[in-house]
Unconditional design. Structure first.
Length: 181
């Protein structure tokens, strides 16, 4: 479910389009990430079949098992060729290099299907974790992959840290940080 929602919501995302080359492998890859990392070790929220988030808290190991890595590689090559796999690895490495060292809640994805956007689902999906972060005094971090979403994240209290490139000729990712309130 999370993979299908995220794949649908990210099909026109600039960075995801660059990584995957097309939308075919997105649902399978995001679904495998959810299955192997974010569901067993993180916190996920669903809004029916219309929206989903995937979070990790500080200190959680986000290493994917080898079988999951192989599955993702197969889907990326099958759906987008070897270039897709190479771009995905480049993006993952760039994200790891720019990831803050300070303890924080990490928002890997927030996804709202295009047919459900504009109804407040994004805010509703973020609210439980942002409230929990505020109560715990824990900052939150994300990489914004679509410039159109900057004002949405800023409205939720996230501030721009930097833009960085996930790879050669790639659209930029925007690192954003939110201090607890």
């Amino acid at each position: 479910m999370i993979g299908a929602i995220t794949g649908d919501a990210f099909q026109n995302d600039p960075v995801s389009s660059w990584v995957f080359g097309n939308k075919r492998p997105m649902a399978a890859v995001f679904g495998r990430m959810a299955r192997d990392i974010y569901l067993p070790h993180g916190i996920c929220h669903l809004a029916g079949d219309d929206g989903a988030t995937q979070w990790l808290l500080p200190g959680v190991n986000n290493t994917m098992p080898l079988a999951g890595q192989m599955n993702i590689a197969w889907h990326m090559i099958r759906g987008g060729g070897f270039g897709s796999l190479k771009r995905g690895m480049s993006a993952g490495s760039a994200m790891a290099r720019h990831h803050p060292k300070e303890p924080h809640a990490y928002l890997y994805t927030i996804a709202v299907r295009a047919s459900a956007q504009g109804r407040g689902l994004g805010r509703a999906l973020l609210a439980p974790m942002l409230d929990a972060c505020d109560r715990a005094g824990l900052p939150a971090y994300l990489e914004n992959s679509n410039p159109r979403n900057h004002s949405f994240y800023a409205g939720q209290g996230f501030d721009h840290i930097e833009h960085f490139s996930p790879g050669p000729a790639a659209p930029p990712l925007e690192a954003m940080w939110r201090e607890p309130r």
